[in-house]
Design a protein around this ligand. Sequence first.
Ligand SMILES: [Zn+2]
Length: 62
Amino acid sequence: MFRAVSCTFCGKNIVPGTGLMYVKNDGTILYFCSSKCKKNMIKLRRDPAKLKWCKKTRKVYK
Ligand SMILES: [Zn+2]
């Protein structure tokens, strides 16, 4: 069974069977819709609120 999850980074809904799951060393589970989101979160440590292509941006600045 697959729970409906949304991308930890951009907030986009992840279609079951797609996306990536990332488990941090502290046990936190992160879900990403694409490797792009994973890269931005893990490698670049970017703030989703500052990125235009992220869903969360619109919510914050509305
Ligand atoms: Zn995403």
